[in-house]
Each structure stands twice: as C-alpha cells, then as structure tokens.
Design a protein around this ligand. Structure first.
Ligand code: G3P
Ligand code: CA
Length: 242
C-alpha cells in the first residue's frame, strides 16, 4: 500500500515545518513526515525550508547568521494564534522516539554548502537510534553520496525536478535506496520499472485528487503531500484491493 508522507508536516492546514504540523500529521494517521533542515551560525540543525527566515517567520535574515538561541525567539506559526519556534532537529527526533513514523530529512544544502551538515544529521539519527526510520534526501546529489559513505545504514534518496533516463541505474550507482521525483516528471511506466528494480519512488508534492488516484492506482511506494487527511481518505478506496 502506498505510504503517505506529510510534506513539511500537515502543511495544508498548519504552519509548515513546525512541531504542531508534525503532531497533526501523526494524529491524522500519516505514515511519515517530510521536513527541511538548515544550519545556524553556531552549528545547530534547525527545521526550516528557506535559507532565509523571512517567508515563514516573524524575523528577517539568513538562518546561517542567527545563533540558535536567537532563532528560537522567532515565531514560525504564521497560520495560527499560538507562537511556535522553529524546531531543532533534536526536538523532532526526540518526538520520533515516541511514535512509529518514518521521517524524511531533506538536506537544504544546494544553495549554501553547509559545512558538516551531513555529519551532524547522521550523528543525531544514530544518537536517537532511528536509522531504520529515516530517509535522507537532497537536490544536492554530492551530499546524498557523502551521506551514504558516512552512514550506509541510513536510506538515501536523491530529489529530482526533471525526469532522467533509467533512474534505477543512477540510483543503484550512488547506492540510493529511493528516489524522490517531482510528481509530474515521471511516467507510470518509469515509476513501475524503477520499483521493479528495487528502488522506492516517493513523488512530491502530490496535492490534487487526480494525482493521488494516479499514484495509489499503480501502488507507488509513497506520496509526499501537504494534505495527509485528503490522501488518507482517497487511499481508503484502494485498501481493499487484493
Ligand atoms: O522533498 C520533496 C520536496 O519537499 C522538495 O521540494 O521545495 O518542497 O523542499 P521543496
Ligand atoms: Ca522539502
């Protein structure tokens, strides 16, 4: 059965990449969450999508220019009344020990090559004993290969915007166990061929009913969606199939 990963948490209804959005994704019954990480000035891994805090918080400026204690004062809950800080990865992983979710950590190191980001993430995943429930993804495929080299026990998955030729060959060559393509970039045939070759396929960001039906129908490994509640409702129609 296709797994449902909540993109930046349950971000269709709650502020993206906040603990609130992650809690609500779990409450809704999602199989996993996806989140984005950046690095503060003092080397703390924090959960935020953009290199700058401007779009999603009450502050302005680059994440890399804030100390952790400074960035924690910002409000990341622009959708709700209750103030919520930007989570640290530690906070998320501590909570992960209390549930059964899978967590896809996207390393946002394509624009800013954060020194030591892979080591820090791997160290935390190991400290919390979560290697078998974590997937490390990135648009930076050098970082994906490096992550595999330092932690072969953790699944890696390169992110793609465009389709590529025989993605399973590429994935196998970099020892990635999955791929995360833009949902419109891959045909059903290529997705099924990739899965037949032992590679997990988790397209992003699948929000429309018609696209959800498409991926559930071919039993795709997972979808990454802003709206896990809608996805769960639609998936129900496919659950009784042999
Ligand atoms: O991980 C899938 C998706 O989140 C990648 O794009 O921009 O939403 O981080 P973006
Ligand atoms: Ca992401």
């Amino acid at each position: 059965m296709t797994q449902i990963f909540a993109h930046r948490g349950y971000s269709a209804s709650f502020a993206e990449n906040t603990m609130g959005a992650f809690y609500e994704a779990e409450k809704a019954g999602a199989d996993g969450i996806e989140l984005d990480v950046q690095l503060t000035k003092d080397g703390e891994i924090v959960v935020i999508h953009d290199e700058k805090v401007d779009r999603t918080t009450s502050g302005t400026g680059f994440v890399k220019d804030f100390l952790f204690k400074e960035i924690r004062n910002l409000n990341a809950n622009h959708k709700g009344l209750k103030k919520e800080p930007i989570p640290s990865l530690i906070e998320v992983l501590e909570w992960m020990r209390t549930n059964k979710l899978v967590c896809n950590i996207e390393l946002k190191n394509g624009l800013i090559p954060y020194e030591g980001m892979e080591e820090k993430v791997v160290q935390l995943v190991r400290r919390y004993g979560l290697a078998d429930r974590i997937i490390i993804s990135s648009f930076n495929h050098y970082s994906i290969v490096y992550s595999y080299r330092i932690a072969p026990e953790i699944e890696t998955a390169p992110l793609f915007i465009e389709g590529i030729y025989m993605p399973w060959i590429y994935s196998q060559s970099i020892r990635a166990r999955g791929i995360h393509p833009k949902h419109s970039s891959m045909s059903d045939n290529i997705i099924m061929n990739t899965m037949d070759n032992g590679i997990a396929v988790r397209p992003y960001t699948v929000n429309k009913d018609v696209d959800m039906h498409r991926f559930f129908n071919i039993n795709c490994t997972a979808i990454i969606t802003d709206d896990p509640v809608k996805a769960l409702r639609i998936r129900k129609q496919y659950e009784k199939r042999p």
